[in-house]
Design a protein around this ligand. Structure first.
Ligand SMILES: NC(=O)c1ccc[n+]([C@@H]2O[C@H](COP(=O)([O-])OP(=O)(O)OC[C@H]3O[C@@H](n4cnc5c(N)ncnc54)[C@H](OP(=O)(O)O)[C@@H]3O)[C@@H](O)[C@H]2O)c1
Length: 389
């Protein structure tokens, strides 16, 4: 009833695993193994369910209304059937109790008193992440190149009652990363949350990059080597505190399209580094959250004229919430429903996905060559307000 009130799918008949021969005994034995418990918790986390709710799954609920019926006897008033007001109850839950709508409280519970370092926090998504974290009571360490802008952001956060410290650094320089880590450890003792957000994106077809190997080097330096180096420098402190590392990635990692070869490879590399970190250190309390953002209205997308009319962009505030949801709920991967759909499609039908992307690239050439598929181009442009790449 509540599922249908929430607009959920219709379910088929339930399968009772407990009724399968030997299932109960095997299940009970397996659930005693510590490794199975960890695996169960991870699976429930993927489904967005608390492990504390597991014990209640097979409880047959029966609500007694004997006292109510007795009180109403002879009054002419009867209890309405649940079907008639399930929707109202659900609306109440949605408006007042849904944890996804309780962001400020959730963020406060997880971040108050924590030290959160955000790279690229002078503008765009990083700025919004820093402001939200400070609002939630975190001590925020701001990192970007522009010292003046960074100090202005720190000032703004302090003026609204938060705590922020500016640490200007060019993350393309390994020496500056080392100096930054040293300053952070000396002045703040370490970090609880490390958000790798600073990055540089380049939109250029591979065929137009034959003399531009440096594009691949410089994006790798800022987007991959910098976060890896900073993580390594701060790792002892993160291990001590059971810290969280957030990798701000792009939906392009889930479905790598044309024109962003240099950029996408750096994000895919960072994603792989995050997987290795989790495989090696998760049991110590280290958590890596990978966030696959879609196109977001910031300075980063501004130079691409083809995106000017795009209607499906996210605001930097929305993107920042995706980043912090991953941190506070310790989610392994955060993506939009469309991102999840693309990731799934790319895994199960990789040849089809490659062909679709190649067709789209020919419909939307990066240079002045005419589109091979003008009808498709017009249709897609009309639907999303610009080029998909
Ligand atoms: N915007 C999108 O459509 C989009 C989509 C998917 C994923 N993302 C990802 O989201 C993250 C944030 O993107 P954004 O759109 O907010 O970018 P943005 O508006 O261009 O901001 C980039 C931030 O990084 C800092 N930065 C750049 N180079 C730096 C360097 N060498 N050393 C230190 N800091 C540096 C910038 O400050 P300074 O210039 O002062 O250094 C700025 O604070 C990136 O990881 C990006 O890949 C963005």
């Amino acid at each position: 009833m509540f599922l249908s009130a929430a607009g959920g799918p219709r379910l088929g008949p339930a399968i009772s695993f407990a009724k399968m021969p030997g299932a109960k005994k095997t299940g009970a034995m397996l659930s005693m193994l510590p490794s199975v418990q960890e695996l169960r918790d991870a699976f429930l986390c993927d489904l967005g369910l608390p492990s504390s709710g597991l014990g209640a799954m097979n409880i047959k609920a029966r609500f007694e209304d004997d006292n109510t019926q007795a009180a109403l006897a002879g009054s002419g008033i009867t209890c309405p059937p649940l079907e008639t007001y399930a929707k109202t109850l659900y609306r109440y839950y949605e408006d007042h109790l849904d944890p996804m709508k309780q962001r400020p409280a959730r963020y406060r519970r997880a971040l108050t008193g924590k030290t959160v370092l955000v790279t690229g926090s002078s503008r765009g998504i990083g700025l919004e992440v820093a402001k939200l974290a400070a609002e939630a009571g975190a001590k925020v360490l701001l990192v970007a190149r522009d010292a003046e802008k960074l100090e202005a952001v720190a000032e703004e956060i302090r003026a609204s009652g938060g705590e922020a410290h500016a640490h200007a650094a060019d993350l393309s320089s390994f020496d500056e990363i080392d100096a930054l880590a040293e300053a952070v450890l000396a002045q703040h003792g370490g970090v609880d949350v490390l958000i790798h957000n600073a990055a540089h994106s380049i939109r250029r077809p591979i065929a137009a990059s034959v003399d531009r190997f440096h594009d691949y080097e410089r994006t790798m330096r800022l987007n991959y080597f910098a976060p890896v180096r900073l993580t390594l420098r701060l790792l002892p402190s993160l291990r001590e505190r059971g810290g969280t590392i957030s990798h701000v990635l792009t939906m392009g990692v889930l479905i790598p399209g044309p024109y962003f070869a240099a950029y996408l490879a750096t994000k895919a590399a960072l994603d792989a580094f995050g997987d290795s970190l989790m495989a090696e250190l998760q049991h110590e309390g280290i958590h890596v959250s990978s966030v696959y953002l879609s196109l977001t209205k910031t300075d980063m997308m501004a130079p691409v004229q083809e995106y000017a009319g795009r209607r499906d962009t996210m605001t930097p505030q929305r993107a920042a919430m995706m980043v912090l949801d991953g941190v506070v709920d310790r989610r392994r991967r955060v993506m939009t429903p469309l991102g999840a759909y693309f990731a799934f499609g790319n895994r199960i039908t990789p040849a089809t996905t490659s062909r679709i992307l190649n067709l789209l690239q020919r419909a939307f050439p990066a240079d002045d060559t005419p589109s091979e598929f003008p009808m498709e181009k017009a249709f897609i442009t009309n639907a999303i307000g610009g080029s998909p790449f």
